[in-house]
Design a protein around this ligand. Structure first.
Ligand code: ACO
Length: 326
């Protein structure tokens, strides 16, 4: 009889920093607009000559060390990414090689910004059945690679980062209690990043020569996001038969401070119970939850026994949540 939880966390934020005032020199925008509409102040960026998986490898090393394990203890690597360096080899294989986790199997999952919640739920199944003991999850998001730096409506939003956790067996009082995953493919056209096939309608939304950049209908995604976050939190709270007041910390995907605040209002939860890092990172897609977890646990805000909800929404469109005891 055991629980399934997080044994260690790690993160990597590249050293190059892009502030709102740097963006003012690149596009027609202002620090005031960005802060008021998004809450963001800066973001970290990879330099052009560095592959994105080096961020994930570094976050992975730190998470494995934090768990008191070595790379040879890892049975499976799951990478969540919507910006792989290659379609093949997978990011998971690149990271496996980089950290010498020679025993590990390796796969990528893509549920966009919800990817970390999906990956944790996949890992949970492998550990529950006894198939694997230690699963490394890396959320590796080099979003700067797919941003049109001349489009002010998107380029101010995104940053690069990786977050990692090691999952395994914990005492039965701790770990994942409930989870919820959902997909709304019928809404997928609201947030797209074309890759191997680019239909005419996708070309028309972008500048010539910029076919593979992120495009979104910000308003549609915003409306979906607030509803999806509130419903996803409710789903796991209801399944566990607890009240929102019993939750100590909510770690949401960080796309816009106004989305997080609106969802919190709908849930009637005190904003002081939210983990917010986007002023420092921008939107780092699926890396936002593991990076925030690493910051909150290392700062001591997240304590053993705390009731925590992880909640995300993103491209697909997708959403999901996990209720766990830390
Ligand atoms: N600086 C100044 N003005 C800007 C900027 C900018 N950077 N960007 C847009 N504007 C202008 C627009 O052109 C528009 O001008 P107009 O009224 O003259 O046409 C005005 O600001 C208002 O634009 P809106 O798009 O209505 O602004 P809004 O308040 O909705 O904010 C935003 C836009 C921040 C994109 C918001 O809609 C949002 O956060 N949406 C959700 C995004 C999201 O969560 N995406 C998930 C991505 S996750 C993933 O999968 C990677």
């Amino acid at each position: 009889d055991f629980g399934i939880g997080i044994l260690g966390t790690g993160k990597y934020l590249p050293g190059r920093i892009l502030t709102n005032s740097d963006l003012e020199k690149m596009v027609d925008t202002s620090d005031e607009w960005i802060v008021r509409r998004t809450g963001m102040k800066k973001r970290h960026l990879l330099d052009e000559n560095t592959p994105s998986y080096v961020m994930g490898a570094e976050a992975a090393r730190l998470a494995i060390q934090d768990a008191g394990l070595t790379p040879m203890d890892i049975d499976l690597i799951i990478v969540s990414t919507e910006v792989p360096d290659y379609l093949s080899p997978s990011m998971a294989c690149l990271i496996q090689r980089e950290i010498n986790a020679e025993r590990a199997a390796a796969i990528d999952v893509n549920a966009a910004c919800t990817g970390f919640v999906y990956a944790m739920t996949v890992a949970q199944q492998f550990i529950q059945t006894g198939y694997y003991r230690h699963v490394l999850i890396v959320a590796n998001e080099g979003l700067s690679r797919i941003v049109d730096w001349e489009d002010r409506s998107t380029c101010v939003l995104f940053g690069d980062a990786a977050g990692a956790v090691v999952m395994g067996r914990v005492d039965k009082r701790f770990g994942i209690r409930k989870s919820y995953l959902a997909a709304f493919g019928n809404l997928g056209h609201n947030l797209t990043i074309p890759c191997c096939y680019i239909p005419e309608e996708e070309r028309q939304k972008r500048r010539a020569g910029k076919e593979r950049v992120i495009w979104q209908d910000g308003g549609e995604v915003f409306t979906f996001a607030v509803k999806a976050m509130a419903e996803s939190v409710r789903a796991v709270i209801d399944k566990a038969n607890i009240t929102i007041d019993e939750v100590d910390l909510i770690v949401p995907h960080q796309a816009n401070l106004r989305i997080i605040s609106s969802a919190a209002k709908r849930l009637e939860i005190d904003e002081g119970k939210l983990s917010v890092i986007l002023h420092e990172t921008g939107n780092i897609s699926s890396a936002s939850i593991p990076v925030a977890l690493d910051m909150e646990s290392k700062s001591g805000r997240l304590k053993e026994g705390d009731t925590v909800v992880l909640v995300a929404f993103g491209g697909g469109l997708t959403c999901g949540s996990i209720l766990l005891t830390w």
